[in-house]
Design a protein around this ligand. Structure first.
Ligand code: UT7
Length: 333
């Protein structure tokens, strides 16, 4: 048994940029509202690549950064709200796209907390000696489940993927993990799958009626409730993580929050009196990419050379489920 470390990161976002001004041509919104209420300036939108393709590109970049071959990966976890299909898992498709023939593959559904959950799951497999190398990916094509008639949601989200390779080494690279869920809030942020019915088991369009059928396919959100929840659990998660790792905020070099809304981040900064400079924020360029938001940010920081050996990085996420959680990692590269 050894210690678990992140040895490489990667990300990929589709080339197509969708600006606030473009959205305001198809729906009643404007750049000023979106920027002032969320901080988002633009987002990336897939033009044909499904989640597995985007995730595989992020994965290949992470493998390169980690200097590890795909055949050496024992485990692939894809965290996604927007898989290619019900079955197979997106992770299995990624496996075949990148040639990681030895890996055990599965997806997890934990919405915007997905990458944090995946990190914790992979950590457990590595820490107990069952596996040596894990590839964890947060990948989304949220544009395919957005209702482009709903200005309360469609302006917020974007597509992309981020990945990390975890491996066994000598130094302790994961200092704390925290995960929590509350299914009582499951209706606050949701996207229905195919509905079932006791009469014929499959409710088709004729049975449901056009309106219900249409609405059932798209992401819906109680924005204000999610906002209140997010502010509360950001604070809770940061405090729990610091307690578990026996650290205080002065020991943390960077905080990577889930990139949902700048106002949520600002609330946390004020509430916990944290130096804003510690927060890495890129939601202005990508919007909310759900499970991909934290690993895209981590990879950007890595590529910009911001991460130095020995630094402590706190990651914190929240989302549908409801789910929330975080990790403190020590950068060991
Ligand atoms: O990964 C986790 C996922 N989600 C989140 O973290 C989202 C959390 N929630 C939020 O970020 C915010 O609640 C939103 C950004 C979604 C909405 O901001 P808000 O300050 O809560 O606005 P609101 O829903 O109370 O709407 C205020 C007004 C309404 O108009 P009236 O009723 O005051 O006339 C809305 O119809 O703003 C209107 N509005 C818009 N106007 C222009 C809502 N969306 C838009 C829009 N453009 N896109």
């Amino acid at each position: 048994m050894g210690e678990v470390q992140i040895i490489g990161t990667g990300s990929y976002v589709p080339e197509r940029i969708l600006t606030n001004d473009e959205i305001s041509k198809i729906i009643d919104t404007n750049d000023q509202w979106i920027r002032s209420r969320t901080g988002i300036g633009e987002r990336r939108i897939t033009t044909g690549e499904n989640t597995s393709k985007i995730a595989a590109k992020a994965a290949i970049n992470a493998l390169k950064n980690a200097s590890i071959n795909a055949e050496d990966i024992d485990l692939i976890i894809v965290a996604t709200t927007t898989p290619d299909c019900y079955t197979p898992s997106t992770a299995c498709i990624v496996q075949s796209l990148i040639g990681a023939s030895r890996a055990v593959c599965f997806d997890i559904s934990a919405a915007c907390s997905g990458f944090i959950y995946a990190l914790n799951i992979a950590y457990q497999f590595l820490r107990n000696g069952a596996m040596k190398n894990a590839l964890i990916i947060g990948g989304e094509t949220l544009s395919k489940i957005l209702d482009w008639n709903d200005r309360g949601t469609c302006v917020l989200f974007g597509d992309g993927a981020g990945a990390a390779v975890l491996s066994i080494g000598n130094e302790e690279g994961v200092l704390g993990n925290y995960m929590a869920s509350d299914g009582r809030g499951s209706d606050l942020l949701k996207c229905d799958a195919a509905p079932v019915d006791i009469n014929n088991n499959i409710l088709r369009k004729e049975v449901l009626g056009d309106e219900v059928y249409k609405n059932s396919k798209y992401l819906s959100m109680e924005g204000k409730e999610i906002f209140k929840f997010a502010v509360k659990v950001m604070e809770e998660t940061i405090e729990k993580l610091l307690e578990e790792a026996k650290l205080d905020l002065s020991n943390i070099d960077y905080i990577i929050p889930h990139q949902a809304n700048l106002r949520i981040i600002d609330h946390t900064i004020k509430k916990l009196d944290i130096d804003k400079e510690k927060f890495y924020i890129n939601l202005q360029s990508y919007g909310n990419t759900s499970a991909a938001s934290i690993p895209i940010a981590l990879d950007e920081m890595n590529r910009k050379g911001l991460l130095k050996k020995g630094q402590n990085i706190l990651m914190v996420g929240f989302g549908g489920g409801l789910t929330w959680g975080g990790s403190i990692i020590k950068w060991c590269k």
